[in-house]
Design a protein around this ligand. Structure first.
Ligand SMILES: Nc1nc2c(ncn2[C@@H]2O[C@H](COP(=O)(O)OP(=O)(O)O)[C@@H](O)[C@H]2O)c(=O)[nH]1
Ligand SMILES: [Mg+2]
Length: 232
């Protein structure tokens, strides 16, 4: 089976005209289906990729999570892989993740910067502490078997993901996906990954604002979980 038959890369992009063409050049040899999901008025990014053979999806809503949900809903292959437009993910890891998901019959693989032989050039002390903290909360509140909850370099089963009815349109998506997948008893595992520096442009995550939103989302989902246990 060729790469393109059962895997689609979902690339969320917001003001990434300087990075996205470099990313597409790097992955073009691997012959994956590629969906870039962005806003119709992101003219600079659209213009930067007009010569590439990829599908552009104009997202109807706004936000990172919304782009991913719309991209995954449009996906026709068995697997999808979330792939950033900023150059921080190494495309050579995709085929290794794919092998692992198929051979081990997993439903989701969460790439992780905190496994053995993994790392990051993009982490700051603050984001590293935040990532450890949220991954720890995921483990103790939801028994999540993943070591890097916020990285969101994820390969997953498309139909199973659509069945989760995810609703987070912003960066809360990063915790909603693994928590809902784990709640359904889907098989999740880690994959040691090395994150590179973003090529150009600005990081879209606001550490304080998005950190608080994610913390409240975790608390909200935890109380919902307690309610489920109470009822059944
Ligand atoms: N379509 C879309 N893409 C977004 C949005 N926010 C972030 N992205 C993309 O999502 C990816 C991750 O964002 P980034 O700023 O690199 O976050 P970081 O990886 O946590 O530093 C990048 O490819 C961004 O261009 C958004 O609101 N809409
Ligand atoms: Mg990034």
């Amino acid at each position: 089976m060729t790469n393109s038959e059962n895997l689609t890369l979902i690339i969320p992009a917001k003001q990434e005209s300087a990075s996205l063409p470099v990313v597409l050049n790097e992955i073009k040899k691997q012959n994956y289906n590629i969906f870039v999901v962005l806003k119709e008025n992101d003219y600079a990014t659209i213009n930067s990729i007009k010569n590439y053979n990829i599908k552009i999806i104009f997202q109807k809503g706004i936000g990172y999570g919304n782009a991913l949900i719309e991209g995954i809903n449009a996906c026709k292959t068995k697997y999808f892989c979330i792939f950033n437009a900023d150059g921080s993910f190494n495309p050579r890891e995709i085929s290794k993740m794919k092998k692992k998901i198929e051979i081990e019959n997993l439903d989701f693989i969460f790439a992780s910067r905190y496994e053995k032989n993994a790392g990051s050039e993009d982490d700051t002390i603050i984001t590293m502490v935040g990532n450890y903290f949220f991954s720890f909360l995921g483990k103790i509140l939801f028994k999540l078997p993943i070591s890097d909850i916020l990285y969101t370099f994820v390969m997953g089963d498309t139909k199973k993901t659509i069945s989760l009815n995810l609703s987070s349109s912003d960066f809360r998506f990063c915790v909603e996906l693994p928590i809902m997948a784990n709640k359904k008893n889907y098989k999740l595992d880690n994959f040691a990954s090395y994150e590179r520096k973003r090529i150009a442009g600005q990081k879209k995550v606001n550490v304080i604002r998005d950190g608080m939103l994610i913390l409240f989302k975790l608390i909200h989902l935890y109380f919902k979980k307690i309610k489920w246990i109470f009822f059944f």
